[in-house]
Design a protein around this ligand. Structure first.
Ligand code: NAP
Length: 293
């Protein structure tokens, strides 16, 4: 058996096109052009690439980008002052401060300074709490992307045994909350989980966000299961560097019913969900109904 490969690139392109169409409609009907401010502190090459891709996606979606590049030595007070200025700017509907931040800045204080209504990353404690309480919330983009990918395989996630490996605030925990909201039966695993392989073998839906290359092997996967691999790991192993996931793709593909590749799976969905969140935030701030994207 060879699993269906979940084409995140194509699914993300479809979502981005839908967001762009809805953005055009909202602009024509209400004169509302969503604006996203992206703030990058320092010169981390990975972050620079992410930020460039995000700004490009914003423009392609018909939205207004506001890009801020601050030097690596920027102080916390200065960054929070910029965040507050953006909170008060009516042309800015979403604010994203690219992580990681230099060590002199406490990320938690910066996240808490973002207006929760403009928190398109879904990291503000108010949005985290709303998500956990089952209230409407801006949810983090990568977990949202995972849910959308899983739903291309399963019309409903209700009743599925879902295992999430990883409990980070960015991926694992919000993904578990979103799965719970979809009525899946959710187990969260982490580095202290006992007999992880056996736990994974129970999963109809296995979501992996560990940050360790090819940790999940084929014999961890229940035959026919859906596997969503969030991991992005650069490995060299003697040859040219390549990107692999947290799942051994070739082994999983032989057992699973459907599996995301790395690259080209979850990765492209994150930016597509960011533009969707920006449109959603803009509509909410303008008192318009939530967009159907
Ligand atoms: P993280 O903050 O480092 O969290 C990793 C989680 O995995 C932790 O909860 C950790 O457990 C758990 N873990 C580590 N080793 C484990 C093991 N051997 N067995 C079971 N659990 C283990 O990472 P993250 O930010 O969630 O990111 C995870 C991966 O996703 C990374 O590769 C990252 O690059 C990628 N990522 C991709 C996107 C995207 O757009 N596609 C976005 C974000 C992240 P403890 O809590 O016990 O330490």
């Amino acid at each position: 058996m060879s699993a269906r490969i979940i084409d995140g690139k194509a699914i993300a392109a479809t979502l981005r096109a839908a967001v762009a169409a809805e953005t055009r409609r909202v602009a024509a009907a209400h004169g509302l052009v969503p604006g996203l401010a992206v703030v990058l502190v320092g010169e981390n090459p990975g972050s620079q690439t992410y930020v460039r891709n995000k700004s490009r996606a914003v423009v392609e979606a018909g939205m207004r980008p506001f890009d801020y590049r601050l030097p690596a030595a920027t102080g916390e007070a200065e960054l929070i002052a910029l965040v507050r200025k953006l909170n008060g700017d009516p042309a800015v509907h979403g604010i994203l401060v690219q992580m990681p931040l230099p060590q002199q800045i406490a990320a938690a204080r910066v996240i808490a300074a973002v207006d929760p209504d403009k928190d398109v990353d879904g990291f503000h404690p108010l949005n985290v709490g709303r998500l956990a309480s089952g209230l409407p919330a801006l949810a983090p983009c990568t977990p949202l992307g995972c849910i959308k990918l899983a739903k291309t395989v399963h019309a409903s996630l209700a009743g599925l045994d879902a295992v999430v490996i990883g409990r980070s605030n960015i991926v694992g925990k919000p993904l578990a909350q979103l799965l719970l909201a979809e009525n899946a039966t959710v187990t969260i695993a982490h580095s202290r989980t006992r007999d992880l392989a056996a736990l994974c073998r129970r999963a109809d839906l296995l979501c992996v966000a560990i940050g360790r290359p090819e940790t999940v092997r084929g014999d961890w996967v229940k035959p026919g299961a859906t596997v969503i691999d969030v991991g992005i790991n650069r490995v060299a192993d003697g040859g040219p560097a390549r990107i692999v996931g947290d799942v051994c793709f070739a082994e999983a593909q032989a057992v699973a019913g459907a599996v995301t590749p790395v690259p080209g799976g979850v990765g492209p969905m994150t930016i597509a969900c960011l533009v969707a969140n920006t449109l959603r935030a803009a509509c909410a701030q303008a008192g318009l109904p939530a967009p159907q994207v």
